[in-house]
Ligand binder design. Sequence first.
Ligand code: ADP
Length: 385
Amino acid sequence: MTRTHGADDATVLVVNSGSSSLKYAVVKPDSGEFLADGIIEQIGSEQVPDHDAALRAAFDELAGQGLHLDTLGLVAVGHRVVHGGKTFYRPTLIDSELIAKVEELSPLAPLHNPPALLGIEVARKLLPDLPHVAVFDTAFFHNLPEAAATYAIDREVAERWGVRRYGFHGTSHQYVSEQAAAFLGRPYDSLNQIVLHLGNGASASAIAGGRPVDTSMGLTPMEGLVMGTRSGDVDPGIIMYLCRAAGMDVQGIDTMLNRESGVRGLGGDNDFRKLHARIESGDENAQLAYDVYIHRLRKYVGAYLAVLGRTDVVSFTAGVGENDAAVRRDALAGLSGLGIEIDDALNASPSRDTRRISAPDSPVTVLVVPTNEELAIARASVALV
Ligand code: ADP
């Protein structure tokens, strides 16, 4: 049987390539339907030696589900790229010039951009006839007001080295804030919103009338909220102190702040389900980790309420934000004086849909909005090609 693929039938392969894992999804951008998605882990192991093997394994998994690349109606491959620097602020067709420029940005995102490039390289090799599109995590925030984007450091050093606040998780912040407006039936540009993306990485954003005006991640994804394994904000003096007093080097401090800090560094586990279990069994370190996490989150909510002046919506998203009712409750407890009142029963509902969790008379609406970065990347890719 011959099948022709109309626009509705178009599918996009989305690739999110990290250093040790490769996530993939086959998405119909129009309907939002996922034909398949999965993750190939342990890249660098015997079974999956490199990114080439990882993508081939993903294709094998698809074939195992009866999904063959040549009959899927693929119109594009969308790639998540973490750091677009100042160069890239919209979805961009991938060519050798883009690859060279993303490579130049690698010092800004050494953990993220090089593996994304490996994913792009093998995907272009295995699917040479399709357009490949890069969607940047920084793009949504490219127009942050200078007051929010500028670090108060020596100007020449900052300019020479591109040191400014770029923000990350932009695809998610944009998708979730648009979903929130649609859910409320309100024009996007009429709303002031705070989005709390709480996954393994975590970030907050303030969006005024549809324009992002602040976000918690900065030059790198290390700034801001306490995360699964990252510290978020620290006194920069800590770094110099540890160099001088403890004899630690840059690599050691980088590893500590990126991988051995945050909720896991303090409480032994970065999975909030396990953290709660530890707390229940009386683990004081886990309790402290949770308290530090919540304290930082509340500080950012307060800061963004002030940045915005008037806030219509606060949305929780990503693994922790969508699933952990205790985090949502504790992050916003006692803020009725600031117009935020959560309804405990609504907050405790196990629904997986976009939903309101604020009390009916709460001046600020609080929502849980499941994020869907793959769908957003698929839509951005198809819009470009
Ligand atoms: P990322 O994409 O940044 O890796 P996710 O957004 O998938 O992260 O979030 C992963 C985290 O979400 C897990 O580490 C865990 O802490 C948290 N999480 C997932 N499910 C639940 C749940 N049911 N209850 C509480 N936390 C959860």
